[in-house]
Design a protein around this ligand. Structure first.
Ligand code: UDX
Length: 447
């Protein structure tokens, strides 16, 4: 099929490339001419494992092209995917400016029947809005379909080529059949539903995953006080198939371009229809607090943080991405600098992006590698669970530091690994090693 993707952000670029990989003729359009030039020169604007190779392969085999000329791309296509951004407004609501613009642009360029597919995450009712914009402006027939995207950064290519499920929101049987045919090479698990339910499935899924994370983080905080180990608790819970084992990894909270934005947007969507989503509001609150767990632990070990040298490992919101949007590292580092600490930081991939968005960029010592960031430090904080950090020789690391204090914000190291060193080790929701963390033995005794 001839497919056009409008918007070459994470969703548009990865989806377009993957649909070309399964044999479709794909055009990716973006109004940013620089980005298109770069893509045509083989430069991929995001770090995503496997993406560059697929782009090169499908470009060279003639199935994939990048352009900023919308009219051609619309006219050649059977199906047009809207993959533009829906950034948050100050209220938390999704900003639909780019969506509306895309609908207008498509309507004005159409030369015959098209299927318009919304892949961007959009509030319930947005696809109806797209239909009405197009109805007003287009001379040609069309159908609007909602197929939300569930890819994760860092595993975006695999998630797109092998999704758990494909959701197709349309009330038209012929359109459903065509969309199912397009997606069948990717998954046999295709659910056809109505447009508004499809829109809601995306928000509800992300909100539920965020809820699992905040839930396990609160369990972790309780575990610290009662002397339990949250990784054991999560493993035990996860064996119940009704609960499932994924997204129960305690840490310093979720970040990224989706969970924070989509939870806020869903709270707002509910508010717009006079419903207070109390549970989700708490999920967001818990997540905001969780990152400061690291600061509390540092203060417990070091007292006043003024002039203390603190190493930071990991700036991306999660491993295998250079994305730093809503990353917990941002606020943790701001707080450390405010407390007067000297901060050294390292990330394998995301340091450049982080530096561009961090307002105290000039106050940080940017380290070229993990060891340099730890050297001479009073404490080291691991904030992103990059594999590179897991593989470090802790005994060697301990020698480099002024004080062997390790705050593991992602529960990366095992008890065995740390026990063989002199590290005072504090993780999230697990018993400390070699230190005196303030959970009182007495508080665990039943009276
Ligand atoms: C998420 C959804 O998973 C994806 O389906 C949707 O399309 C976009 O949003 P993404 O933001 O790329 O994907 O990352 P994800 O792997 O879901 O992680 C989100 C955040 O949660 C990260 O900061 C991660 O560190 C954190 N997380 C995840 C935890 O703290 N614990 C977990 O158990 C899982």
């Amino acid at each position: 099929m001839n497919l056009t993707f409008i918007g070459t952000g994470y969703v548009g670029l990865v989806s377009g490339v993957c649909f070309s990989e399964i044999g479709n003729q794909v055009t990716c359009v973006d109004s940013n001419q620089d980005k298109i030039k770069q893509l045509n020169r083989g430069h991929v604007p995001i770090y995503e494992p496997g993406l560059k190779e697929l782009i090169q392969k499908n470009q060279s085999q003639g199935r994939l092209k990048f352009t900023s000329r919308l009219s051609e791309a619309v006219q050649e296509a059977d199906i047009i995917f809207i993959c533009v951004g829906t950034p948050p407004l100050a209220s938390g609501e999704a900003d639909l400016t780019y969506i509306k613009q895309a609908a207008q642009d498509i309507a004005l360029e159409m030369n015959g029947y098209k299927i318009i597919v919304t892949k961007s995450t959009v509030p319930v009712g947005t696809n109806d809005l797209i239909s009405s914009i197009m109805q007003q402006l287009s001379q040609h027939p069309f159908d609007v379909v909602s197929t939300p995207e569930f890819l994760r950064e860092g595993t975006a290519v695999q998630d797109t080529l092998h999704p758990d499920r494909v959701i197709i929101g349309t009330e038209d049987e012929r359109v459903a059949a065509k969309m199912a045919e397009l997606h069948r090479p990717l998954s046999s698990n295709i659910m056809i539903t109505d447009i508004r339910s499809a829109e809601m499935i995306k928000y509800a899924s992300n909100a539920f995953l965020a809820t699992k994370i905040s839930f396990i983080n609160e369990i972790a905080n309780i575990c610290e006080k009662v002397g339990a180990d949250v990784t054991e608790v999560a493993a035990g819970m996860g064996q119940d198939r009704r609960i499932g084992s994924s997204f129960l990894q305690a840490g310093i909270g979720y970040g990224g371009s989706c969970f924070p934005k989509d939870t806020d947007a869903l709270i707002q969507i509910a508010g717009n229809v006079d419903y207070e989503f109390k549970l989700l509001k708490s999920v967001v609150e818990v997540n905001k607090d969780q990152r400061f767990n690291v600061i509390a632990k540092l203060k417990h070990c070091l007292g006043d943080l003024k002039d203390k040298q603190i190493g930071i490992w990991g700036l991306a919101f999660k491993p295998n991405t250079d994305d730093v949007r809503e990353t917990p590292a941002m606020e943790i580092m701001e707080e450390l600098l405010q407390e007067g600490a000297i901060v050294k930081a390292y990330d394998p991939i995301a340091a450049d992006n982080f530096r561009k968005s961090f307002r105290h960029e000039d106050l940080v010592i940017w380290s070229p590698d993990a060891k340099a960031a730890a050297a001479e430090c009073d404490a080291l904080c691991l904030l992103t669970d990059w594999a590179e950090f897991q593989d470090q020789d802790l005994k060697e690391l301990q020698q480099l530091m002024k004080q062997p204090i390790l705050i593991d914000g992602r529960n990366v190291y095992s008890r065995e690994q740390v026990s063989q060193t002199d590290f005072q080790y504090y993780s999230i929701g697990r018993p400390d090693i070699g230190g005196l963390y303030p959970y009182k033995e007495e508080s665990m005794m039943l009276s």
